[in-house]
Design a binder for this molecule. Structure first.
Ligand code: ADP
Length: 256
């Protein structure tokens, strides 16, 4: 039996097809999120990669910010539940998930059985989310995927004092005009996201093992800064950006 999970995020659309609730058959990611053609393209692309058609899928579960907008879905589930299911499936030793996406950040505590014991989230402010990093990468004229290379070269991160993305943007522009070392500036930007997320994590409580999910998990600069702030190893969930879609495919299997 095939089930499909679609995670319609603010910046990207991700799909995963699972066979019998356990084997990943195909996955797709389109860098356009809710309100665009991204979800349909991700859906078509994952079916084509799997060599399947829509009628072969027993259950389509949607999650993410735009989860209610996908006409082909058979059901929808919250991102918290789906990230919990996805990360616990891939890493059963996980007890804390730190998920930083394009416009929010969540910290989820899992019980021994993988159910959600507690969570704290920031969906009110761009600081501490992927959006902050996207804006800063734009000012620095580099790709978000390059941020970690710069950050990990720095030995003396610049302190970014503004807590608001708009003010921090001006602060970074001012630092750039003073010819501050770019590695140190990027390390400071990653540390700023880490410090906001660490505050959330401390509210939720940190239990080992700690894994990051969501797109920002791919940024080793943020992972390293978070580990330093929290004093624990912060692991990188395999296929971190697909964890919501994977969890949705698992939930679809449970429903079907
Ligand atoms: P959403 O589900 O809200 O669309 P995602 O979990 O897909 O969010 O994460 C999107 C964020 O991930 C982007 O805002 C970007 O900052 C970050 N990101 C995406 N790809 C990469 C990458 N290769 N390296 C580092 N960060 C990335």
């Amino acid at each position: 039996m095939y089930t499909l999970g679609i995670d319609i995020g603010s910046t990207t659309s991700k799909c995963v097809i699972l066979s019998d609730g356990k084997d990943i058959v195909a996955k797709s990611l389109i860098p356009f999120g809710t309100g665009t053609k991204g979800p349909t393209q991700a859906f078509d692309s994952v079916l084509s990669e799997a060599g399947l058609s829509e009628s072969d899928i027993s259950f389509i579960m949607a999650t993410g910010y735009g989860r209610t907008t996908f006409p082909q879905m058979n059901g929808e589930m919250s991102e918290l539940s789906c990230h919990g299911k996805g990360v616990f499936f891939t890493h059963p030793d996980c007890r804390t998930i730190i998920d930083i996406g394009g416009q929010d950040a969540k910290v989820i505590s899992l019980s021994e059985s993988g159910s959600i014991a507690n969570f704290v989230m920031n969906d009110k402010c761009a600081a501490g989310t992927g959006r902050f990093l996207d804006v800063m990468a734009g000012i620095l004229m580099i790709g978000v995927e390059e941020l970690e290379t710069y950050a990990l070269r720095s030995s003396s991160p610049v302190s970014i004092s503004s807590t608001c993305t708009v003010f921090a943007e001006s602060e970074v522009i001012s630092q750039l005009s003073k010819d501050v070392n770019k590695d140190d500036l990027v390390a400071g930007i990653c540390a700023s996201v880490a410090s906001r997320t660490a505050a959330l994590a401390k509210r939720a409580g940190i239990k080992k093992e700690v894994y990051m999910s969501g797109g920002v998990a791919q940024n080793g600069g943020v992972r390293a800064a978070l580990a330093k702030e929290l004093g624990v190893e912060v692991r990188y969930a395999k296929d971190a950006q697909y964890m919501g879609a994977l969890g949705a495919a698992i939930a679809g299997y449970e429903k079907a």
